[in-house]
Design a protein around this ligand. Structure first.
Ligand code: PMP
Length: 391
């Protein structure tokens, strides 16, 4: 009897698990500085944590939720959506709570397509897309993103015949933010080729240049074929609470909820209720001060990291959004640079190949460690730089 299916056996390990294993294997030495997985380290807003504690004690907080999610949270998401993007959605039929957005992103192709159908997966891109597609017995096809054009899809090189495309802006791993004008050609392509769009907006609130990230649903022509995904993990610093939501056409949301009903019974009831009450604090286009401070702190870390790396002789640019700095590696070899950073400096970054073939010349730094860790990493790199000659 085999302990794993052939399908599972054919998948590479999830990159961040592999990275953790590698980190554990490096032995004793100076403290490991972690810039691998994008796991927000700043605490959730105090009022949200207080609301969760109270909701946990409520007499019926122990009961099952549902695969569609608590009505109060769907209503809060819909209200946030209108306040933030000016787009009205029906909380009853067009919104679904997710056990983190990864869960919904992984489920959507199985809800809408059939085994053997093709799905376009951005290269580079968040690794969960491709693996979920394979596990659904669907076929991933690489959609090249163009570095010279803000990492937007290169539609001229897109494989034909797919049923769905994943798009993600603000983008992991590149940090690129797309405007509505940037996104219009994608909507046109999807309409012309009858594609569903899974629009991953998990980093919608993490932008640093003053320009907020839009929703794809602000483009009217996108609405009939887009399911958009949002996450509270990064916005509110609660990755471990597992809360996100999907918004899209009623028929697609119905299919997603139906699929979910066979495998999950909803996110934790008290956490949904706490998030519902907190989301109402998004007002007049603003989050409460603690949320704004956390977002600004990630921006400051990215600035500091980009400046420090550049001064140490490893040129880097601050991204427009997300928690990630996407850096060209010396000699265009991301795997070697990541290995060197870990083995010589005990600095953990993700080799770009974890995000697809096109990621090979890069590494990704996640700024989910404090500024002191950034300074320490730059210090270690600077020491190496002064001790050798690479130029
Ligand atoms: N989309 C992207 C692009 C991500 O980087 C992540 C997490 N790193 C997610 C979705 C999933 O986030 P969550 O499941 O915590 O909502």
């Amino acid at each position: 009897m085999s302990a794993a299916s052939r399908l599972l056996g054919r998948l590479p390990p999830y990159p961040f698990l592999a990275l953790e294993q590698q980190a554990r294997s490096i032995g004793r030495g100076a403290p490991l500085l972690r810039f691998g997985i994008g796991d927000p380290d700043l605490p959730p807003p105090a009022a949200l944590a207080d609301a969760a504690r109270a909701a946990m004690r409520a007499p019926d907080g122990n009961r099952y939720s549902s695969s569609r999610g608590e009505g109060a949270l769907r209503t809060a998401f819909a209200r946030y959506f209108e306040r933030r993007f000016g787009v009205r959605v029906d909380p009853e039929s067009e919104v679904c709570v997710l056990v983190g957005s990864k869960e919904g992103l992984a489920a959507l192709p199985r809800a809408l397509l059939d085994p053997g159908d093709s799905v376009l997966v951005p290269d580079p891109g968040y690794p969960a897309y491709e693996n979920a597609v394979r596990l659904g017995r669907l076929r991933p096809r690489a959609l090249p993103l163009e570095p010279g054009r803000g990492w937007l899809p290169e539609w001229e090189r897109a494989p034909a015949g797919a049923g769905l495309v994943y798009l993600n802006y603000p983008n992991n791993p590149t940090g690129a933010v797309a405007t509505l004008d940037d996104l219009r050609p994608s909507v046109d392509h999807a309409r012309d080729h009858d594609l569903w769009i899974a629009y991953d907006n998990a980093y919608s609130e993490l932008t640093f240049s003053g320009a907020p990230a839009p929703s794809l649903l602000e483009i009217p022509a996108a609405r009939e074929r887009t399911v958009e995904f949002h996450s509270l993990s990064k916005t509110l610093g609660i990755p471990g609470w597992r809360l996100g939501f999907a918004v899209g056409p009623a028929a697609a949301i119905r299919a997603l909820v139906e699929l979910k009903s066979h495998s999950d019974s909803g996110a934790p009831t008290p956490l949904q209720r706490a998030a519902a009450s907190y989301l109402d604090r998004f007002h007049g286009g603003h989050w409460p001060a603690q949320v704004r401070r956390s977002i600004a702190e990630y921006g400051r870390r990215l600035d500091r990291l980009a400046r420090g790396l550049t001064l140490a002789g490893f040129p880097a640019r601050r991204p427009s959004g997300t928690l990630y700095l996407w850096q060209s590696a010396p000699e265009g070899d991301g795997a070697r640079f990541a290995e060197e950073l870990l083995a010589r400096h005990r600095v953990l970054v993700t080799p770009g190949a974890a995000f697809g073939h096109a990621g090979r010349p890069y590494v990704r730094w996640a700024v989910t460690s404090p500024r002191s860790a950034i300074d320490a990493a730059i210090g270690r790199l600077g020491t190496r730089r002064r001790g050798t000659s690479r130029t």
